[in-house]
Every structure is written in C-alpha cells, then in structure tokens.
Design a protein. Structure first.
Length: 596
C-alpha cells in the first residue's frame, strides 16, 4: 500500500485504497436485523457521483456544506463527496438544537445541508429558514423538505442521475487541492461557551492517520483491521480515528447501533480496534464488575485475583509466588472477558477527556489492551498516544505522534507544533491569535514530559480551581475518583476562590435501586434527597474518596443533582464532557449556600 505521507489529500487516499481493495467490504450497517456491506468499489462510485451532483447543483470549490446525520455509510460517502467536489465539510451533532444549527450555518456560511432523516430534518429546516446562507438541502432518507426559496433534493436520486467514473474523480482530486487546503470546519462542542469552528486542513488529518498507522504497524502488526464506529462522526476524534484512520489502513468500518447494543455489536463484529471516550470505560467497568459479582463463586474470586495480579504486574511487583495465580487468570479468566469484546481486539484507544488511571489498570488487568491518547480538535485531533513500545503508563498519554513537536511552557502549558495544527478558528482572528503563536498551538492544558518522552496531563489550564489560599486543584482528577465509587455515577466539583471544595453528585441509579430495595424505601428522587440514611451512604463514598486526596482537594460538602448530567439537558457535550458553565448556572446558588 502507498505510504500515507505522500497523499496530497484525503480524497486521493480514499480513491487509492478503493482501487486497491476493489469489491472487498468497506462500510457495514445493520438493516432488517442483518449486517450489510457496501464495497470499496461501490463506495467510490457513489462518492464520485455525489461529488459530480454537488458541482452540477452550483456548489463551487471552497463552499461549505453542513452534514447532519447519525453514524452510517452515507455519512462517510457524503463527507468524501463534499471534499471531492472541492467543498468543505461542516459536520454537526445530531443532538444540536435549532439554535445550534442556525449558529453554525450562519457562522460557517454553509450554502448546502445534507440531512439524514425526518426527525433531524424538522429541526434543520427550521434553522435553515432563520439564516441567509443555505440554498440547498439534500435528504438521505427522503424526508419531507418542502420550503419556499430552498432547493430540496434527494441524496439517492443525485447519485443515480449523475453517474461518474471514480478513476476520473480520483485524477481530478489529486490535482485539484493539496494537503494545505481546508478539508472541514469542525465546531468544538463548547464545554465553556459558544462553539468555535476549527479549520482542519487535509494535511492535518493525514498527519494523524500516518502517526496512528505507525503505532499499529510497529506495536501490534498491521493486518485486516475491523473498526466499530460508535462515537459521533461529527466529533473530531471519531472523524479522524474512526473514519480516516480505517480508510488509511484499508480497514472495514461497522457502525454500532447505539450504546444499548454496543456490547452485543462487539461480540458480533469482533473489532480489532475501537476509539472510545473514558465515560464508556467507566460504564463498562461498572457493568462488568456487577455482572461478575452477581455470578459469585469462582467468577468473583477470579475477578479479585485478576485485579490483584494486574495491579502487581502494572507496578512491576509480580513475583515468583504470583505466577501460578497469573497463569490461572490468563488461562481461565481473560479469554472469557476477551470474548465479550469480540475476541480479537488489538487495542481500545481512549481519548476526548482525561481517564482515571485506576480504570485503565482495571481493563489491563482483564487482558484488554488499553491505550490512552491525548489531543484537541485544534490538532486534528491526536497529539499523542500511549503505546507498548514506550512502556504503558496509565497516568500518562504517551509520547507525541511521529513528526510532532511538543514542549512545556514556563507556566506548565503544553505547546504543540507540526502539520497536525489547525489553520485557526473560522472567522475568529482574535481567538486564533490567542492560541496560535509563532507556529505553536497553546493547548490550554497543563502537563509535563517524563524521561521516556511521555506526556502527563495534570489539568486544563482554564479549568484549574484556585482556592482562596492560591492553591491549585485539578477538578478532573477529583471527579474521576468520585465516580469510581459504586454509589456515584457523575460528579462536578467547585471551589474557585473558596476555602474548600464542594460537589454536585449524581447517584448511581442501579446502586440506588438496590439500596432502596434493601432498606424498604421507595425509589423516588425527591424523597431520597431528604432521606438521611441515603445521604449518609453517599457521604461515606465521598469520605472514601477523600482518603485518597490531599487536604486542599477534599470534598467538604455536597448536594445531589436534580437529574443526571446528559446531552439532552445540555449538561454534557456530545462527547460526554461536563459543561461546567451550564452546571454552575443550574446549581450555583445551592453550591454557594454550602459555604454559609
């Protein structure tokens, strides 16, 4: 296969792989209960035809096209076709509100929108009529798109009526635009305010793909890779890691049916690589632990043995006396867990947010190869990744990708330079100048580099809590430890310019249900909030966490959340990060009262 460093753009990489792979399966989706594949050759034909249709519809090179769809083969084909037409993809979350869509259309100046289904189209069309830019709306699943003044087209009809030759399309793409040209504008999910459009060029994503491919090739061996796509493709992490990385290695992509069916999808698909966020690992850890504890007997003993052996192995303390137990775990326990993940998983790569080291050690102990990466949308997005060759450490995010410069500024901020760095924020010169200086991306993250070149993140610069004595507290660390407790599902801490830390806590619903059954209490959130015994049980979990924290980090008081943090109530981003500014608006007065 052609080396990734030589491709002039993402479209050329795709057409090259499609020519090499031919009729081999490429994109998989479940329809009518069965997995159905789109071949590389068929995908290339559809990409070429849709690109021709977009140009015939009046779209010009450089025009922005908003893409609103759940993960599916048509998402990938549309994204590639937009770029093949010389246009710029503007991916947006399916959870966006009408206001969100309107802001992105207006800010990006998108002339066209591709939308998948009726539910999404209803929201998108209301946004379109509020703006002055969008002229064309293309529906994938034949949603009703009638709107005066807007050209409404059908995705499948466009492909059928504009047949195009993939070879010709590939030749045109190779000469039409290069690595430095704009590929997409990805709007950050906005943990602290309004989203900004990050300008990612073709070379930035190709740099990411080349770096990740070298890690797989050198540390695991490059074979017939199978990816299970789960995170939103509108997120930079999945866009690069779950779409263009698989294309780069000529792999197959299966589109998961959702969180509730993710476990069964993994067993069916048997992926070799998955990119995930820490929250998924935390959920899986809880489910695995509870399932094994319910089985009791030998299963429970093997879990305890696996965790003990795994911890010793990770810390380099595994002695001769431990080898019989290690052999027992490796032969009787790990294969059972491995089957739950499909049985051939090379690595699960976590990114998008910090991971609590204990969670990483847990999965390593169960035999699941676990790599933590680090990045930002502004860096396409992968900056570094743990890898076995560098020595796996769960408190680090590994060494930088090849051909990536990283240094630590005097104030501890991580700075990054290389082709992976964005060109700036779309139509936002002030913010661009703030984060891009002398070619260096100022990440806003605080960290350090160890003797083996591995990056260790201590916290977000802007999220650091500074108490009234000037001490710094990293909220992600404390929140991560809190959610390791079985009683706690989610947490956010606060305490800026205050004498101590306080928290908003979301109790774990399964634990709550079990507690209510054991104590003969109705599972009613309002009543439980005033139940002293219930609060004492959660307080005990906070106390256990506090034993692992320094004095300045400890939680002195807490309140219970009115509802779980969720995307729907805008308290989580679509990539499952806490929206601190939203939570502080909701709970600010009650948190303030904890200091009185």
């Amino acid at each position: 296969m052609r080396t990734l460093e030589h491709f002039p753009n993402l479209v050329t990489m795709f057409f090259t792989r499609a020519r090499e792979r031919g009729d081999a399966p490429f994109l998989w989706a479940k329809r009518d209960g069965q997995w159905q594949a789109t071949s590389w050759a068929e995908a290339a034909r559809q990409v070429a035809s849709l690109a021709a249709a977009l140009n015939t519809s009046g779209l010009r090179p450089g025009d922005r096209v908003m893409l609103v769809s759940e993960n599916r083969p048509e998402w990938c084909i549309s994204d590639l076709a937009i770029m093949a037409a010389g246009c710029v993809t503007v991916p947006t979350y399916t959870t966006n509100t009408e206001r969100d869509h309107a802001h992105i259309i207006e800010n990006s100046g998108a002339r066209a929108v591709i939308v998948s289904n009726q539910k999404l189209a209803d929201v998108v069309m209301r946004a379109v009529v509020r703006t002055t830019h969008a002229e064309i709306v293309i529906g994938i699943d034949q949603p009703r798109l009638r709107q005066a003044g807007i050209t409404c087209l059908d995705w499948h009809d466009l492909i059928a009526t504009h047949p195009a030759d993939p070879v010709t399309a590939a030749t045109e793409a190779a000469t039409r635009f290069g690595r430095n040209d704009l590929a997409c504008i990805i709007y950050t999910s906005g943990t602290g305010g309004a989203p900004r459009g990050v300008m990612q060029h073709h070379g930035a994503i190709l740099h990411n793909v080349a770096g990740c491919t070298r890690i797989i090739a050198e540390d695991f061996g490059w074979g017939d890779e199978v990816f299970l796509s789960f995170l939103p493709l509108s997120h930079a992490y999945e866009h690069s890691g779950g779409q263009y990385f698989p294309i780069g290695v000529g792999g197959q992509i299966y589109y998961a049916e959702g969180l509730e069916k993710l476990a069964s999808n993994m067993e069916e698909v048997r992926p070799t690589i998955m990119v995930v966020v820490p929250r998924l690992f935390e959920v899986l850890r809880t489910r695995i632990t509870k399932a094994i504890e319910k089985q009791g007997g030998l299963s429970r003993k093997l879990l305890g043995m696996a965790l003990d052996v795994g911890a010793k192995r990770y810390e380099g303390r595994l002695g001769l006396a431990d080898r019989p137990r290690a052999l027992l775990v490796d032969t009787l326990f790990k294969p059972r867990i491995g089957k739950k993940f499909g049985g051939r998983m090379k690595a699960m790569v976590s990114g998008g947010a910090p991971l609590t080291p204990e969670v990483g050690v847990f999965f390593q102990s169960l035999g699941v190869t676990f790599l933590q990466g680090y990045g930002q949308t502004e860096a396409a997005p992968v900056i570094s990744c743990n890898r076995p060759a560098a020595g796996l450490r769960m408190d680090s995010v590994g060494p930088p990708l090849p051909d990536t410069e990283v240094r630590i500024a005097e104030d501890g901020e991580i700075l990054v330079r290389g082709e992976l760095v964005m060109h700036g924020y779309w139509r936002n010169e002030a913010e661009t100048a703030r984060v891009l200086r002398d070619g260096w991306l100022h990440t806003g993250d605080i960290g350090e580099i160890d003797e083996r070149g591995r990056i260790r993140i201590t916290d977000r610069k802007k999220d650091l809590i500074i108490n009234d004595k000037g001490d710094n507290v990293a909220p992600q660390k404390v929140e991560g430890l809190l959610t390791l407790q079985p009683e706690i599902m989610q947490a956010m801490i606060a305490g800026d310019r205050k004498p101590h830390m306080v928290a908003v806590i979301v109790p774990d619903p399964e634990w709550t249900q079990e507690w209510c059954a054991e104590n003969g209490v109705a599972n009613d959130a309002a009543a439980l909030a005033d139940n002293a015994a219930y609060r004492n049980a959660i307080s005990a979990a906070v106390d256990r966490t506090n034993k692992e924290l320094s004095v300045i980090e400890r939680i002195r008081r807490f309140i219970l959340a009115d509802e779980p943090f969720a995307i729907e109530n805008e308290q989580l981003t679509p990539s499952l990060k806490i929206r601190r500014h939203v939570l502080k608006e909701v709970y600010g007065e009650r948190l303030e009262a904890l200091y009185r």
